[in-house]
Design a protein around this ligand. Structure first.
Ligand SMILES: NC(=O)c1ccc[n+]([C@@H]2O[C@H](COP(=O)([O-])OP(=O)(O)OC[C@H]3O[C@@H](n4cnc5c(N)ncnc54)[C@H](OP(=O)(O)O)[C@@H]3O)[C@@H](O)[C@H]2O)c1
Length: 384
């Protein structure tokens, strides 16, 4: 494992961090985590050098923090830093901050969280963080030893990112969505460079765009296959492109199986700053260009929009639509078959009532209700 300085904190963080938002499940219920397998995966990652694990109040309906705490028993706690996040949307007054933090400490079975982030800052949630005295409350919690370092995770424009950074000199790190197809999306490369110029270590989330870059569509595969490195896996291309940048402290991957943990550990072992050649950088730039031509809905299946009060399975509808649009061929008929014959009627796109409750929750700012009729129309086309 390679390590990088985490800003001026004195901590050297592993190139690969463990994201706990997409843990293996026993069934469909996000709270029903496969605990033994998750604990095995987290411990295996730590045994192989991972020293940063990222969770949040909301992940797996609160169970991610609980399972992470369980995984860190038996001596593992001392070998890894815990990062978790304040559910900003639940804060109505300053006193809520410490109450929520105390709940998280309890779930994690800890008395200290090393890195604590204000979760999902965007144009709706930044005013809450700013105006409900969240930051003074966090400083007091830090003085009491409940948390170590204060940061924020972000899903909005570069301009807002800059505003948030500039508004509070006490930020110690930031977390942004970043990958080779998102250079100009959200904080993007400009945000990465801005944070680094301010001395803030950058934690990267969604490095594989929530898994979309694992088996990329044909046009992207062709770019990789025709490159001087046809044997390299798309996952490795995506991760090495991130690790090549000096501004990035750690790359979180939300690994859902042991084989993903193994593969990403092996990728991290090959990583380095500034090690990609001009040829390699050009290949990734061509792959990003090919991706932009696909014009899919930029849903990363993060599930922040859920639950829909009317039962629509928003990420699933978008996933099926994108599969159809991007992969065409048998994916077209397969996804229509699933939608028409097997998907619960109440979860389908046409059950959207345009209540708009999902709109402010989507980190990608997708106009969900506006797209639902188009998704329904495409997926419900009669089977031939
Ligand atoms: N603060 C925020 O607002 C926020 C938002 C998003 C994420 N995060 C954090 O950042 C972490 C990372 O984001 P992410 O989970 O979206 O990461 P990601 O690496 O972009 O996506 C994870 C998904 O990629 C697939 N994957 C990962 N490694 C793979 C491999 N070697 N081979 C094949 N597939 C692989 C898996 O998909 P399948 O499950 O389909 O196999 C996995 O669920 C999260 O877990 C969470 O801790 C924070």
């Amino acid at each position: 494992m390679h390590y990088r300085p985490f800003g001026t904190t004195g901590f050297n963080v592993s190139a690969l961090g463990f994201g706990t938002m997409r843990l293996p499940l026993n069934g469909d219920n996000p709270a029903d985590i496969d605990r033994p397998e998750t604990i095995r995966m987290i411990r295996h990652a730590i045994d192989n050098g991972v020293n940063y694990a990222d969770s949040a109040y909301a992940y797996h309906n609160g169970e991610s923090e609980v399972v992470l705490g369980e995984a860190l028993r038996d001596g593992y706690r001392d070998r890894v830093k815990i990062a978790t996040k304040l559910p900003t949307w639940l804060v109505e007054k300053e006193a809520d901050v410490e109450a929520l933090l105390d709940t998280q400490l309890q779930r994690l079975q800890q008395d200290h969280i090393d890195f604590y982030l204000v979760h999902n800052l965007n144009s709706a949630l930044w005013p809450i963080a700013r105006d409900c005295d969240v930051l003074p409350a966090l400083e007091r919690a830090r003085d009491k030893g409940k948390i170590g370092h204060i940061g924020f995770s972000f899903h909005d424009t570069f301009d807002l990112f800059k505003e948030v950074i500039d508004a509070y000199p006490g930020w110690e790190f930031v977390q942004i969505q970043y990958n080779y197809v998102n250079e100009t999306v959200q904080a993007g490369t400009r945000g990465l460079e801005y944070a680094a110029a301010k001395g803030l270590p950058v934690v990267v989330m969604e490095p594989l765009l929530g898994g979309c870059l694992v088996n990329p569509p044909e046009s992207i595969r062709e770019v990789f296959d025709d490159s001087p490195y046809p044997e390299r896996a798309p996952v490795d291309w995506a991760l090495q492109w991130l690790w090549n940048r000096p501004e990035i402290a750690t790359v979180l991957s939300g690994m859902g199986t042991m084989s993903q943990v193994e593969e990403n550990l092996a990728c991290a072992a090959r990583s380095g700053i500034g090690t990609l050649s001009e040829d390699e950088l050009e290949t990734i730039s061509d792959a990003a260009y090919a991706f932009r031509q696909l014009n899919s809905i930029p849903c990363t299946r993060c599930g922040y929009c859920m639950p829909c009060p009317h039962g629509v399975d928003i990420p699933r509808n978008f996933e099926m639509y994108n599969n159809m649009q991007i992969f065409k061929g048998n994916q077209d008929s397969l996804n229509r078959t699933i939608y028409i014959n097997f998907m619960a009627k109440e979860a389908r796109a046409d059950k959207c009532t345009v209540c708009n409750e999902c709109l402010p929750k989507c980190p990608q700012h997708i106009k969900i209700p506006e797209l639902m009729p188009k998704v329904h129309e495409a997926l419900s086309r009669p089977l031939g």
